[in-house]
Design a protein around this ligand. Structure first.
Ligand SMILES: [Zn+2]
Length: 336
């Protein structure tokens, strides 16, 4: 399929869960001390998003609900920061160079340490186009991504995301350039940064074909990327239902205390199981429709009943139809 034709679909994948950030209008972005090696230019001080501590040495800037637009400047994901003895580690620095600079400015409220490494969870640009700001400020920083994600960037996906972000924000993202991950992170890798271990979990195609989940071992926290969302339903068209279910079930066996979704509020295993339950219900409805010799449109009427508890989640009405059709196609493909 033509990649560009996937674009509106990809974008719908970004119908993201918001959380309730804790804006502090009294605390403007610290522009003057943002960057040590490049001129600082951050989003205006009315951009309210700040880091909240979610675990020992671990903070998350929970992004907003809305789709990228001129007001939110494209920001919508959950950038994370982990403090180690060797410096700070950023997970998913956001959707544009400007958001990345805002993340760097806000990090100054946590620590003056330099950024030692960056992880990108997957190919969707709302998570990683902020790499540019981190590389500007810390030219030697290592940026990790799954090999499949790196291949997709090499194949032009990053440029597609830059264009898409620019049109959605009506130019607010202008100046953003593709800065790809330069280092591989794959399943079973344990990457040490100072006193801290970043253990990579990758169990095949889930939300996309290159999602890494990053466990910060000593802090008992895991960054799930878009494999798990809270209070928001994602587009599934770059991944699979069965793969998502398998990946989430596998990672749920780990003894970890704090779970950070790609969008939406940080939580515990109950938050993860809540999302798993939704994708499982859709897949079960598709199986039932297939076995009863119904068709994909019947999946929607079944899931409208079985997933009623999720009707207030953002994206529910938009996604119910596409989710049912995709799950039905997956079941059909699995049967033949
Ligand atoms: Zn995504």
């Amino acid at each position: 399929m033509n990649k560009l034709s996937l674009f509106p679909l990809l974008f719908s994948a970004l119908l993201f869960t918001a959380c309730t950030p804790d804006p502090d209008p009294e605390k403007p972005a610290d522009v003057s001390t943002t960057e040590k090696t490049a001129p600082a230019k951050t989003i205006a001080a009315d951009f309210p998003y700040t880091f909240e501590q979610v675990a020992a040495h671990t903070w998350v800037m929970h992004g907003p609900l809305a789709l990228p637009n001129p007001e939110n400047r494209g920001f919508m994901n959950n950038p994370g920061v982990v403090e180690t003895t060797a410096g700070l580690v950023i997970i998913d620095p956001g959707s544009t160079v400007h958001v990345g600079r805002h993340v760097l400015a806000q990090i100054k409220t946590i620590s003056d340490k330099p950024v030692a490494a960056v992880f990108n969870t997957h190919i969707h640009g709302d998570h990683w186009l902020g790499n540019q700001a981190i590389r500007e400020a810390f030219p030697g920083v290592k940026i990790y991504g799954h090999p499949n994600m790196r291949a997709a960037v090499a194949d032009g996906e990053g440029e597609n995301w830059v264009s898409l972000m620019e049109s959605m924000t009506e130019g607010a993202s202008k100046g953003t350039k593709v800065v790809a991950p330069d280092s591989n992170a794959d399943n079973t890798d344990s990457i040490r940064v100072g006193d801290t271990t970043f253990r990579i979990h990758y169990y095949g195609v889930a939300h996309t074909n290159g999602d890494i989940m990053i466990e910060v071992v000593e802090n008992s926290v895991i960054f799930l990327g878009d494999n798990v969302l809270a209070k928001r339903l994602p587009r599934m068209s770059d991944g699979t239902f069965q793969g998502s279910i398998d990946s989430i079930n596998t990672v749920l066996k780990k003894d970890i205390k704090t779970w950070v979704p790609g969008h939406g509020p940080t939580g515990d295993k109950a938050m993860v199981r809540d999302f798993l339950n939704y994708v499982s219900l859709v897949y079960a409805a598709a199986k039932q429709a297939f076995e009863d010799d119904l068709d994909s449109s019947d999946v929607i009427s079944i899931t409208r009943r079985t997933t009623a508890a999720y009707k207030d989640w953002s994206g529910y009405e938009e996604q119910l139809g596409p989710h049912g059709a995709q799950a039905f196609a997956e079941v059909e493909a699995a049967e033949f």
